[in-house]
Design a protein around this ligand. Sequence first.
Ligand SMILES: [Zn+2]
Length: 470
Amino acid sequence: MSNDLDFAYRLYYDYSNYAEQNLTHKRFRHSDILPLINNLIKSKIFSVAEAGRSVMGREIFLIKAGWGDTKIFLWSQMHGDESTATMAIFDLFNFFMFSDGFNDFKNNLFARTTIYFMPMVNPDGAELFQRRNIFDIDLNRDFVQLQSPEAKILKDTFEKIKPDFGFNLHDQSKLYSAGHNFKPATLSFLAPPIDEENTIDNVRAISMKLIGKIFNTMSSFIPGHIAKYNDEYEPRAFGDNFQKLGASTILIESGGWNDDPEKQFIRKLNFISLLSAFKYIEEGSFANEPLETYESIPVNQKDLLDVVLRNLKIRKNGFEYFIDIGIIKNEFMDPASSKYFVKSSIEEIGDLSVYFGYEDIDLSGMEILPGKTFPEEFLSIDEVENLDFNSLHLKGYTNVLLNDKRFSLSYSPFPVNIITNKSLYSDEIKIEKAANMIITKDSVVTYVIINGFLIETAVRSEKRINGMVY
Ligand SMILES: [Zn+2]
């Protein structure tokens, strides 16, 4: 095994030693990182400074490690709901604090480089798990006008450090695939352009070579799941401008991975990617990577949907025809419980041969029909909770009627939709409508779809499913 792969595999297998245990899901807040920052202050390895404060007065920190000449600057979560790399940065801090078999690597790295970290550039956005800052400004489109203090802090810090390398750390939609492919783009990279003409100067060529090397290494963990982000020049963005100002900049976008809604596996991939990048910078080994490697990385495509149901017969308005149905699932917060739930809708109907689904199933020979509502009204949510859902599903019921004033959730915690107001519910199979349907074969219900969740009626599923309330 090559030296690069050996290093990456050791990180992969030892990762649990470093994973920051206080960050376990993607919706952590500024108050969750404060105690972790305090630990860094106590450590001799880091120097911690307040770089400035957000609109709402939350500290934005700059953490420095090493004393070498080559300067590396990483910043994460300019978009408040893009937290994967922030988690990985706290894993990196643990990696640097522990004494272990990587000590030689760390000593060499700190002798050759100085690394600056600015995790959670947008703490006010993180608080609300929203992209923009509290002014509703997209920080990554505020490089020129600098109307948000967070953007100004990032730019001022960059100008003070004058880094040789920049790592611009984001998350992208889970619906991107790596090329026209069924494989989600779990990681996407970009050497941001410096002009409309897509010029490759020396600074940008270095980013491209470094990405090529990271691509080679990470492809052995997630083959086919790495893409190149759209390279259209954006004059208002930080990555493009930092690259132009002379820092070889690398954009890393954390995308989707099957069954990883909290992005914990992708966090680990970030950890390995970043440490590998540090290694290649420290050794200077990126210089030998041909630009062709970067060029060969497939481009991000929006070819994915959460669920694709194929080749279904449907009967509507006296017509009978065949369709594919594509469903997307989005996450929302329930105001009553502050819990997150999934709300699905039908995104596409027709020939979906150019799309792929995380769940993708050929249902040839089967028919799709609207889900049915159980005729009897229930007077308490406890009665609903005690239902035998599997037998409801087998009869084609996807919904129940409830008349219980104490029930205040905006979602159903059960694998059934709850209708409290009949006028709010439509059972039509239509674009942008809720995905509640049944699938039959020879008049037997083989699948039900409750709020986009596909349930095989013959199997008792342990899937975590939530219905909706109408
Ligand atoms: Zn972003």
